[in-house]
Write a protein that binds this ligand. Sequence first.
Ligand code: BES
Ligand code: MN
Ligand code: ZN
Length: 497
Amino acid sequence: MNVQVTASRPEDIAVDTLVVFTTSYDAIPRGAMKSLDDASGNILSTLLDSEEFSGASGETVTLYRPDGYSCGRVIVAGLGAKQDVDADSFRRAMGVVSRMKGIRSVGRAALSFDAHLEPANVGAAVEGYLLGSFKLLNYKTGDDSSLDTKLESLEILVDKKSGARKFESAAERGKIIAEGQILARRLSATPANDLTPKKYAKEAQRLAKEFGFSCTVLDEKAIAKEKMGGVIAVGQGSAEPPRFLILEHKGRNDKQAPIVLVGKGVTFDTGGISLKPSLNMHEMKQDMTGSAVVLATLVTAARLGVKRNIVGLIPATENMPSGTAIKPGDIITMRKGKTVEIINTDAEGRLILADALDYANKYKPQAVIDIATLTGACLFILGYAGAPFVGNNSKLTDLIREAAANTAERVWEMPLWDDFKQAMKSDIADLVNSGGRPAGTLTAAGFLSNFVGDWPWAHIDIAYMDMEPKGTPYTPKGASGFGVRLLVDVLANWKKV
Ligand code: BES
Ligand code: MN
Ligand code: ZN
C-alpha cells in the first residue's frame, strides 16, 4: 500500500472512498460536516436524531455519492468529544475504518483532516489503518498478504497553502512505524517450532541485510566463551542451542556512545523443571516478544534513518525440562561473576537479561533499556492496560513517559526500592532467582539491577501487554507488538540523559 499527499479539495477527489473525520456533535453539524450534511440530503442530522451517529469514537457512517462530490462514497468517522481529541483518536478511528469493506476492498482512498490537519494526526491515522488491517493468518515475515486490505493507495488531502512536505514525511513515517510493529506482531505470534533460537538468528540476519544494519550471532560456543552463565543455564535443557544476537545501527557519529536495547528472547518457556501448568502454556511461544520489539525497533530506526547509534542485544533460548536442564537448588555463575541460586527454573528471563545487561558494558552505553515479558505478576499491576516500568535515572524515565504519551503505548513507573533488591539475596549464593509472590514484577527488577553498570537504565515489563485479549480498534486479538511505537519514539526524540 502506497501513502501519498494530494493537494485537492475533498469534493474534487475522484477516489473510491473518502474518509472524513468528525468530532461528536449534538446539534446540526457545522463546517465541513455541514456541507456534507447538505450534500447528502441532511442524512447526518437525521442520524443524529435517531441516535445512529453522532461522531462518537468508533462510530462510522457511509454516504454514497453525495451531491457535488467526485468520490464513490464518504466514510464519516467519529473521533469523540472535541476536548479529548488527540493523535490516538485518529489511530482508533482509522483502526475501525480499516475493517470496513468500503475501504479494504477498494483500490484508492483519501483522508480529509480538515481543521485537524497536523503531522502527528496524519501519522497516527496511517498507523491505525495498517495496524487495524493486520491479520494473523499468515504469520510469515516479509509477506504482505497478512494485511487484510486490497487498498493500493491512501492519499492525505492537503490544501495548497499548508504545504505537502511535512505531511508526506509524517505519512511515510507512520507507515514505517506500523510496519515495524506488524513485524514484531508476526515474530511474536510465530510458533516456537518455526522460531527456534537458530531460525530466529537467521531471520534477524535476513532483516539486518534487507534494512541496512548489522547482526552478529554468537553461537553456543561463543556464548560459553563469554561465560554467559545465565544464558547457558536456561538453554542447557533444550535440544535447540541458544543464540546471542547483536544488532547495530549506525547513526551520524561513529564515536557517539550508543543507546543499548535489550530484549528477552525466550522462544518457548515451559518453565523448565519448575514446569508451568499446561493450560495456556501455548501462549509462551510469545515469551520472545521483548526481543521482537527490539529487533523491529532496529529495523524501524534503520528505515527512518535515526541519527543515533543503537545496539540491540537479544539472548535467544528455549526453557525446557529435560535430563540436562537446570534444577531448583542449582547454583550458577553469571557472566559478571556473581553466583545465583536457582529457586525456580521458571524465573529464567532475568537470568538471560542479566548476562545481556552485563554484556552492554562493552559498549560504554549512554543508556540501556530492556524490555521483556518477565513476570506474570504484571497482570495484577496494570493488567492489559499498560506496562509497569522502573528506571534509575529521572531523565530517562521522563523520556519514556513522554514517548508513552506521544504514542498511546501506556507505561507507568514503579519504585525501585531497596526492599526489592534485598528480597533477591541468597543465604548461600550472591542472589536467588526468585523473590516469591510479593511484588514479583519489582523483585525481578531488583534482581536485574545487580547487573546494571554505571549508566542510566530502564526496564519495561510487557508480560500481558504483548497480547491483546479481545481486540481493540487498531489491535486485533492476539500478538500486539506493544513497545515498538514507544521505543522508536524514545530514540527519535532522544535527549541526553
Ligand atoms: N515468561 C514468564 C512470565 C509471563 C507469564 C509472561 C505470563 C506472560 C504471561 C516468566 O518467565 C515467568 O515464568 N515468570 C515467573 C517468575 C516466578 C517464577 C518468580 C512468574 O511470573 O510466575
Ligand atoms: Mn518463565
Ligand atoms: Zn519466561
